[in-house]
Design a protein around this ligand. Structure first.
Ligand SMILES: [Zn+2]
Length: 584
């Protein structure tokens, strides 16, 4: 377990004076002030990758000149184990107890788990109070986070919040925020933890094992943070500062240690891809799957949370886990590092923020040999299958953006499929057009650079412009217009992962044929289709499928050890393109 080497201004080791990656802790900032005041030339001492952006230096000077942070928001968080709740106290300067927001930024409904809100005004508790602000007051908002009686199913949010006597997890959107503070501006945010059981681990997007944290960040970035605490095991594959903490819920079923080589492979391949190694802190929180929390994952700022099955008993499951973890980790850059704040049209960019992430999680797992070439082709084939059988395949992007969170799961997943296939198409076109000298990688790296240089989040125009450099502005614009904006069907190119690959057009049989063949069990049966009507059901043991001359399918399944044939007429819609896996 790592010990922090630079705590407070007293006796702080010398390296603190040059460690700008310590900036997130207020205590360290104070320490830095001393060095700055002594006139040490920062630019000579700080390696380029740790050099702070100009706005940080300006913020510093402002803070020094006004002797301290203008605004401090404090959260005091105490687990209440009798009630299976977290009691939270929010304290900020002000004299109007109505000046706070409950609603998280992205939903119109208040979270039902935020209860018992009370607000009052008190004399300021600040020790820095000066004679001139004797009248200084604080608003104190107290509330309780508690699992409501009914399950939290809206927008899959149940993965974001849970508390019982062994652990808790919540996100920054569960923190009520002051309404009079510009929530895009960096301020000092203090988080204190009280009454944490001695054996509990606490970790969040900013640090681990800290019961008092001062962050210099904005309230909007706080909203995207992850907080976990409880009976966890903590693992790392190296003691280097940039190595993430793998925080695994203690369970007889899940072996956190066995996940380390996979996580290390994913992290190293993606950091190498971006040539980005500056990670002051990140956590990967892993929970075992339960009936209520099936296999899934979600990314947060400097963090992700994943619910993983305890045993991996087939190659298909292993590929899915590798893909999901790689996908969540790729969100470190898309959107988080490339999107300092969430733009109003964020939902209309989900084809990029999710689909390109899906493409790169497959491609980088392929390059890093985390998955075999066959497994990677199967992953792309799964995307093609889902896209070609989606009832919403030709829905336009405006409707998709609007209904992303209210529509069905097939609707919600469409941007992933569409974006992944557009990335695949553009990757092939760029390679063809430049005779292999460039790939989509060049676009991704330029986009990171562009967003960091301008401080602006990525946009459709930026992506189109960069792709246009390689395939021509008109082609880039046409592709976007057709396959994303209008939702016209995209036909996959023959070039896959830089190699010419043939495509076979497969019939749509009324259930997920690829996953069925991969797992040996009938999967993804569609009601209303011939297969279902003839008696085929999810979970039946699959043996083989055959199509006879008269247009009938015959599926052999095993029931109680005996083979049974289920026959139904072919009622498929469009055939589905599938890359042919080389047989060598
Ligand atoms: Zn995602």
């Amino acid at each position: 377990m790592r010990q922090f080497t630079c705590f407070l201004k007293k006796n702080a080791p010398k390296k603190c004076s040059t460690s700008f990656h310590c900036l997130k802790k207020g205590a360290k900032i104070e320490y830095l002030f001393i060095y700055l005041r002594k006139g040490i030339k920062m630019t000579l001492k700080i390696p380029l990758k740790y050099r702070p952006p100009l706005y940080f230096i300006i913020l510093y000077l402002l803070l020094v000149s006004t002797s301290g942070f203008c605004t401090t928001v404090r959260y005091i968080i105490t687990p209440n184990l009798q009630e299976n709740a977290l009691d939270i106290e929010l304290i900020f300067p002000g004299n109007d107890p109505s000046h706070y927001y409950i609603l998280p930024s992205w939903t119109k409904k208040p979270f039902p788990e935020i209860t018992d809100i009370k607000a009052r005004v008190e004399e300021s508790r600040s020790k820095k109070k000066k004679s001139s602000d004797k009248e200084a007051k604080d608003v104190i908002v107290t509330y309780r986070l508690k699992t409501p009686n009914h399950q939290l199913q809206q927008d899959q949010r149940d993965e974001e919040f849970e508390i019982d006597h062994t652990h808790f997890r919540f996100t920054g959107s569960h923190l009520i925020i002051p309404s009079k503070i510009n929530w895009k501006k960096n301020i000092a945010i203090k988080i204190e933890w009280k009454g944490i059981p001695a054996e509990w681990v606490i970790a969040n997007s900013f640090d681990i094992h800290q019961t008092s944290q001062t962050l210099i960040t904005s309230l909007s970035s706080l909203q995207t943070a992850l907080f976990v605490g409880g009976e966890f095991d903590v693992f790392r594959w190296s003691r280097e500062e940039s190595t993430p903490y793998v925080v695994v819920k203690k369970s007889d079923k899940l072996s956190g240690e066995s996940l380390l080589p996979l996580l290390q492979g994913i992290v190293e391949s993606q950091r190498t891809f971006w040539n980005d190694y500056h990670f002051p802190h990140s956590i990967m929180a892993i929970f075992p799957t339960t009936a209520q929390h099936p296999f899934h994952a979600q990314a947060h700022r400097n963090a992700f949370i994943a619910f993983l099955p305890p045993f991996v008993d087939n190659e298909y499951q292993w590929a899915s886990i590798s893909q999901v973890l790689a996908h969540e980790y790729f969100h470190t850059w898309v959107p988080y590092k490339m999107m300092p704040e969430v733009p109003p049209d964020f939902d209309s960019l989900s084809w990029f923020s999710e689909g390109f992430v899906d493409y790169y999680s497959i491609l980088l797992n392929y390059r890093a040999h985390i998955l075999s070439p066959t497994q990677c082709i199967n992953e792309i084939n799964r995307v093609l299958y889902a896209y070609y059988t989606s009832p919403f395949r030709n829905v336009n992007n405006a409707r998709l953006a609007q209904e992303r969170y209210s529509g069905s799961m097939a609707m919600r997943l469409l941007p992933y499929q569409r974006g992944c296939l557009l990335a695949l198409l553009w990757d092939a076109k760029i390679q063809q057009k430049t005779n292999g000298a460039n790939t989509l990688d060049n676009v991704m790296l330029l986009l990171l650079q562009m967003t960091q240089d301008t401080g602006k989040p990525y946009s459709q125009a930026m992506i189109e412009e960069l792709v246009g450099i390689y395939i021509g502005a008109q082609t880039a614009a046409n592709d976007l217009q057709a396959h994303i904006i209008e939702g016209k069907t995209l036909v996959p190119p023959e070039l896959l992962f830089g190699k010419k690959t043939s495509i076979r057009w497969m019939e749509d049989v009324g259930f997920q044929l690829i996953e069925t063949k991969a797992t040996g069990y009938i999967q993804g049966i569609e009601k209303e289709r011939g297969a279902y009507k003839a008696g085929l059901r999810n979970g039946q043991v699959f043996r083989k499928i055959h199509r006879s001359e008269n247009g009938m399918y015959h599926v052999a399944i095993i029931e109680r050890g005996v083979e049974r044939l289920i026959s139904f007429p072919a009622d498929g819609k469009d055939p589905i393109p599938q890359y042919v896996v080389p047989t060598d």
